[in-house]
Design a binder for this molecule. Structure first.
Ligand code: MLT
Length: 269
């Protein structure tokens, strides 16, 4: 499906009925990365997954894309879809966007799922490296970034070629302006660490045990700081844990959704 959001055409999925779950993908991915979850959950929940601006089927704007802008786009989409408060599920950069969304629209969040992400901002060195990568994309296009990122998405001992191809497919539609904008936006994102203790919605933290891009220690820090939180570290999974171990991921997510009583029958909504 497509919708105009803040003057850009955004591609998104909106299926099923019930408590709305909003899935926010990471960098430089697209909503296809959530397909297993959308398929598994749409019979019990309303599942919504947009392509962030500049990724997947969504148009890109120009310049840096602050995490606050991505959050504003998500909010505008939810307003148009009249969802009410959602369970917000963010993977990696989608987690950074989730912190911005929570800051800007706290009343729109009824639960939070943080997948392979972290609260801290970039170190000065990491920010410099991101800006250099952005210049490189400007000069040469997105292929190098995709080639560099794709192998880091899965566990090092995962040699499933079909899955590796699938990961490339999630990244292939990324536009240069989207990749550049997100790199610059991530480089300047604020630190969310001090906000963690104030998160007042039930929170599930999931990570892959073999994630080298954002190591599980980051998820442990989130779990220590967020009051009503649960941490699950899934074995044999790297950064893209939801695609790599969909059954285990699904089991953890659904058990948590049930436990925190989000699974209210549709008629009570
Ligand atoms: C992502 O998967 O979204 C990125 O690895 C996040 C980042 O580069 O910090």
């Amino acid at each position: 499906m497509r919708m105009t959001v803040n003057d850009l055409t955004i591609g998104y999925t909106d299926e099923g009925r019930g408590v709305p779950l909003l899935f926010v993908h990471g960098f430089p991915l697209s909503r296809g990365a959530w397909q297993n979850q959308l398929d598994a959950l749409r019979s019990s929940y309303r599942v919504i997954a947009p392509d962030l601006r500049g990724f997947g089927e969504s148009e890109a704007g120009t310049g840096a894309i602050p995490m606050a802008q991505f959050a504003e786009d998500l909010h505008a989409l939810l307003q148009q879809l009249a969802t009410g408060p959602v369970v917000l599920i963010g993977h990696s950069m989608g987690g950074y966007v989730s912190f911005a969304f929570l800051r800007q629209y706290p009343k729109m969040v009824r639960g939070l799922v943080l997948v392979s992400t972290k609260a801290g901002k970039d170190t000065p060195e990491a920010a410099v490296a991101r800006r250099a990568t952005a210049e490189n994309v400007q000069a040469k296009g997105v292929q190098e970034v995709i080639k560099a990122m794709a192998p880091k998405m899965l566990a090092a001992d995962n040699h499933d070629r079909a899955m590796a191809e699938q990961v490339l497919g999630f990244m292939a539609p990324s536009k240069p302006a989207g990749v550049i904008g997100a790199l610059l936006g991530m480089a300047e994102r604020p630190d969310a660490t001090v906000e963690l203790a104030r998160i007042s919605v039930p929170t599930l933290i999931i990570t892959g045990a073999d994630d080298t891009l954002i190591p599980p220690t980051e998820s442990e820090k989130l779990a220590q700081a967020i009051p009503d939180s649960q941490l699950n570290i899934i074995p044999h999974a790297g950064h893209l844990v939801a695609s790599e171990q969909p059954d285990k991921f699904h089991h953890v997510l659904e058990e948590w959704l049930d436990r925190v009583a989000f699974a209210v029958p549709v008629r009570e909504l």
